[in-house]
Design a protein around this ligand. Structure first.
Ligand code: NAD
Ligand code: UDP
Length: 311
């Protein structure tokens, strides 16, 4: 199978390229390296079934493929808020361009959507039929509304042009290949702990997230694309084990034997108070559930960051 992965040099994309290359597919990784890096995929260049192209998905792309995984989009609040107009363009124009490619080639296409479509949710845990509570004009909106509009486009290309579209809603995922300065909570806390710097909790630390290890997520994503029946989703993919941000900080300090102290910083605007996936649908349709729990996943991620940044 010829498979296109947009955002393939990023954190999730690089793990996905790894798995697809190992499965023997011809993989084209397209990335503009905004938050991703060639180093994440350079080891794959020795495989004849892997290639990489510098491409911005806000422009059309002409390649012949059987499957498209559309992951291109900065995912960390720090990065998606630094050029918010480009973030919306990446989600919306990127979706139009990749869906156009899928329509022309007849390719199956998956959209990496997000739990952010639920905004600051009143329904807990979040089920796929919940429409969400998103501020349309806040600092997170470029990402949240961009992703919501991309979902709309996926469903309209499905209904209007019968494109085989699939949407997953990814909940906070972490692991090796996250950029050390990515800005998301797991990488921030691990980097701070490894350097015995203050651990920066935003707000009081009672807000919750549910953290999924990258290998689990990628396994779910690929099994969804391998499903022969047409199933547009959306399907939540994440680990339902929920933690407060303070609990996460304490675990990271303990697992790294760090002398870091916790300090409190202002909570960013519109920061969701709670987040936990209901994965009943993923279990039913894909027979999928996460296998790696937080401590095991954190230890693997800590080992990756220690090797990279303390060497
Ligand atoms: P990431 O920032 O590491 O990767 C995103 C990749 O997209 C990077 O390689 C970046 O250079 C590339 N990119 C950005 N804009 C682009 C453009 N205009 N054209 C081409 N490439 C572009 O983030 P990630 O965590 O790997 O996220 C991958 C996808 O999964 C994103 O779409 C994100 O919204 C989604 N997602 C991730 C999580 C998570 O917890 N990791 C949660 C929800 C959704
Ligand atoms: N957060 C924090 N300290 C940090 C980075 C993030 O307390 O150094 C908090 C952030 O305010 C949010 C949670 O951790 O409540 C998860 O943040 P992240 O940026 O990883 O992703 P989000 O789920 O908010 O998109």
């Amino acid at each position: 199978m010829r498979v296109l992965v947009t955002g393939g040099a990023g954190f999730l994309g690089s793990h996905l390229c790894d798995l697809l290359v190992k499965k023997g597919h011809d993989v084209v990784c397209a990335d503009n390296f905004y938050t991703g890096s060639k180093a994440n995929v350079s080891h794959l260049l020795e495989y004849p079934n892997f290639e990489i192209i510098r491409h911005d998905v806000t422009f059309p792309l002409y390649v012949e493929v059987d499957q498209i995984y559309n992951l291109a989009c900065p995912a960390s609040p720090v990065h998606y808020q630094s050029d918010p107009v480009q973030t919306t363009k990446t989600s919306v124009h990127g979706a139009i361009n990749m869906l156009g490619l899928a329509k022309r080639t007849g390719a199956r296409i998956l959209q990496a959507s997000t739990s952010e479509v639920y905004g600051d949710p009143e329904v807990h845990p979040q089920t796929e039929d919940y429409w969400g509570r998103v501020n349309p004009i806040g600092i997170r909106s470029c990402y949240d509304e961009g992703k919501r509009c991309a979902e709309t486009l996926f469903f309209d290309y499905n209904r209007q042009y019968a494109v085989d579209t699939r949407v997953i809603r990814i909940f906070n995922t972490y692991g090796p290949n996250m950029h050390p300065q990515d800005g998301r909570v797991v990488s921030n806390f691990i980097m701070q702990a490894l350097h015995n710097e203050d651990i920066t909790i935003y707000g009081d630390g009672n807000q919750t997230r549910s953290f999924c290890y990258v290998d689990d997520l990628i396994r779910g994503m690929v099994s969804y694309m391998e499903l022969d029946s047409k199933e547009p989703g959306p399907i939540n993919l994440g680990n339902p084990n929920e933690f407060t941000i303070r609990e996460l900080a304490e675990r990271v300090i303990a697992l790294t034997n760090s002398s870091s102290k916790i300090i409190l910083k202002p909570l960013p605007e519109d920061d969701p108070k709670q987040r936990q996936p209901d994965i009943t649908l993923a279990k039913k349709i894909l027979g999928w559930e996460p296998q790696v729990q937080l401590e095991e996943g954190l230890l693997k991620t800590i080992a990756y960051f220690s090797e990279r940044t303390l060497a």
